[in-house]
Design a protein around this ligand. Structure first.
Ligand code: SPV
Ligand code: MN
Length: 637
């Protein structure tokens, strides 16, 4: 850069905006913003601080600029992304890797200089005639050990509006930190737009992550998962920082679960997209602290956790009044909500699985939509996209936890890992110890690909800790960091494995109702406090029937027949051995640096399963694991 940043700013912005930017004394920040201006050539630049005025401007401009449209209910708006911009795009999301560096071959990457030239080429002049908005936000509560300052320069008022709802304001924090601000930066341009204000050149979509400078470049896309740099793009950078600093950045929700006498216990949960994550975090009667990204730190020997975010960018499909009353409430009453990629008719949003009839025509992500409309390949277009979403600020929810912004985070009692496992794991179980839980549930997490990622659906895959897409360090190192974390705290959180998608072998039907998960969570809460016992099955501690009966009654008001319990908690030895084969194969072939203890833990699980088969056969009812021959074998008698 030949010109001084302050000269660039003076030319591009009003004196007020200039003052706001210069009030943050940070050389790298000024370099970054000046470079963004020189590269993208916006007509003008707006620098937002934390004021209500700045926040309101963004809200208003998203409408004025037609990136969003108002809906009938006050505060509700709709935004559409283009037909080829409906999810995170793995293909074009890459790390910029300097020549001398090596990143796991499993991670999409491009040589740094080459990638920079490509993406900067696409960004060049991309904001001509437009406004560049400079936003300062914070990942994690502000002024806390958890905070990471972030700046995003974008030409999308929709992206800026999403930042309002999803993150904490961070301008004042930046100002205080000055040169100390170790920030993440994102430069985003929606690129060329069509008449519907959606990115018109999806083939030129690129999302490149420069971990050397903690900078993200995103162009020719609008889908928030690709453009809101603080979401999964920053998560990749955070994992590297957490690795250096000895803490964990996880793809986890955080929730408070009530136990007896008003006791509250906090849980984190990792689930791949569209596997029940938000609906668990939103269980009625409990509290939500976060639905997507959690930071875990060992502080004074305790495991403390905070939400990186302050809002929810949630999947709307199947949100209905009966199963998700807390979200339903927010989505149907006045207040600030951005709907995306739903069907709109007469100012009302409609989505798949909302539990009421959907109109035969309206406007959706493909423009005017009518029943039977087909895409270029001849496939019928659904009324709303499966990955249609809503964005809301967490405090808008009646069940938002009061500790959301606690700078010390919350004390974590348990962690759950859940995937889509049709025939293997039981609905809920607890790891024998930290290492077993992390390995047998986290590092073994299997799922089927879903619509949250562009590509084919329904393919089985391992998605360890549900974070594999975002792990920017060697996978084995990431697993080891998780294992080590358990040593840094006096009482590590208990680790649970859940599986909401277990099917009956004969009928292929799910063995659980949607709301049964609430019982599992309450059981976990009791386990954290040692209020109930459990049965040592080969794959983990499983609930006793007599402890679940009262929980089903209290939580769901329903009886729990013993046949249901047996069907759900029968240990299926052949399926579990096959699962172990897949998991082991994955780690042997894809994780060259997998910690040896991982194979030891898997081997021990295999031995337990084989012994159980020897004693009881292939399909083993849960009560069998209380018999003395089994207890003797596992050393409990
Ligand atoms: C997910 O798909 O895991 C999300 C949404 O939380 S986003 O990553 O933003 O696409
Ligand atoms: Mn997510």
């Amino acid at each position: 850069m030949t010109e001084k940043p302050s000269d660039v700013f003076q030319r591009a912005m009003s004196p007020e905006d200039y003052q706001r930017l210069m009030a943050i004394r940070n050389y790298r920040l000024h370099q970054f913003v000046a470079d963004a201006i020189q590269l993208c050539e916006p007509e003008r630049v707006i620098v937002c601080d934390d004021s209500e005025q700045a926040v309101a401007l963004t809200r208003r401009m998203a409408l004025e600029n037609k990136e969003e449209r108002p809906l009938a209910i006050e505060g509700h708006t709709v935004h559409f992304d283009g037909p080829e911009d409906q999810g995170r795009d793995r293909e074009v999301t890459k790390y910029l890797v300097p020549k001398e560096d090596h990143l796991s071959p499993a991670l999409r990457q491009i040589e740094r200089e080459e990638g920079l030239a490509e993406v900067r080429g696409l960004l060049r002049g991309s904001m001509r005639g437009r406004t560049m908005i400079v936003r300062f936000m914070s990942l994690g509560p502000t002024n806390s050990v958890f905070s990471i300052p972030c700046v995003e320069c974008t030409d999308s008022w929709y992206v800026s509006h999403s930042l309002n709802l999803l993150y904490r304001r961070g301008y004042e924090q930046f100002k205080q930190l000055g040169e100390q601000a170790q920030f993440f930066a994102t430069l985003h341009s929606a690129g060329k737009l069509d008449e519907r204000m959606t990115s018109a050149e999806p083939d030129k979509k690129r999302i490149y992550i420069d971990y050397r400078t903690d900078t993200v470049y995103s162009v020719n896309t609008q889908y928030a998962g690709n453009t809101v740099g603080l979401k999964k793009l920053a998560l990749r950078l955070t994992i590297r920082r957490a690795d250096r600093e000895g803490w964990l950045a996880e793809h986890m929700f955080l929730m408070g679960v009530y136990g007896p006498a008003g006791r509250k216990t906090y849980f984190a949960g990792a689930f791949p997209s569209a596997c029940g994550k938000t609906s668990t975090a939103m269980l009625p009667g409990e509290t939500i602290l976060g639905d997507d990204i959690a930071y875990l730190r060992a502080i004074d020997g305790q495991c403390r956790a905070a939400n990186a975010e302050a809002g929810i960018f949630g999947i709307i499909q199947n949100v209905n009044a009966k199963d998700d009353p807390a979200i339903w409430d927010v989505l149907t009453k006045p207040g600030e909500v951005i709907f995306s990629n739903v069907l709109v008719k007469d100012g009302r949003p409609y989505w798949l699985g909302m539990g009421c009839p959907i109109p035969d025509e309206g406007e959706n992500f493909t423009g005017h939509w009518y029943k039977g409309k087909k895409d270029a390949q001849g496939n019928e277009i659904p009324p709303a996209h499966k990955n249609a979403r809503y964005a809301v600020a967490l405090p808008a929810l009646a069940n938002c936890d009061p500790e959301l912004d606690n700078p010390d985070g919350i004390l974590l009692g348990g962690i759950m890992y859940g995937g889509r496992d049709a025939y293997g794991y039981v609905p809920v179980q607890q790891g024998f110890d930290w290492n077993h839980g992390i390995i047998a549930y986290g590092a073994s997490l299997e799922t089927e690909t879903t619509y949250a990622i562009l590509g084919q659906e329904g393919l089985p895959e391992i998605n360890l800790m549900s974070i594999q897409d975002f792990v920017s360090i060697p996978l084995g190192k990431y697993i080891q960091n998780n294992l080590d974390f358990g040593q840094k705290v006096r009482k590590p959180p208990l680790v649970f494995g859940v599986n909401y998608f277990l099917r009956d072998k004969q009928t292929g039907q799910f063995v659980n109702a949607v709301r049964d998960k609430h019982v599992w969570v309450k059981w976990m809460e009791l386990r954290v406090h040692d209020d109930v016992g459990a049965i040592p099955a080969p794959t983990g501690w499983i609930p006793k029937y007599e402890d679940l009966v009262p929980l089903f009654r209290q939580v769901l008001g329903k009886e729990y027949p013993i046949e249901d319990y047996r069907r759900q908690f029968t240990i299926r030895v052949p399926e579990n051995l096959a699962k172990l084969d897949r998991v082991e194969h994955f780690h042997r072939t894809q994780v060259p640096d997998a910690p040896p203890v991982l194979f030891e833990v898997l081997h021990a699980q295999r031995q337990r399963l084989q012994k159980a088969r020897e004693l009881f056969g292939d399909y083993i009812g849960p009560e069998k694991f209380l018999e003395s021959c089994w207890l003797e074998y596992i050393g409990m008698r």
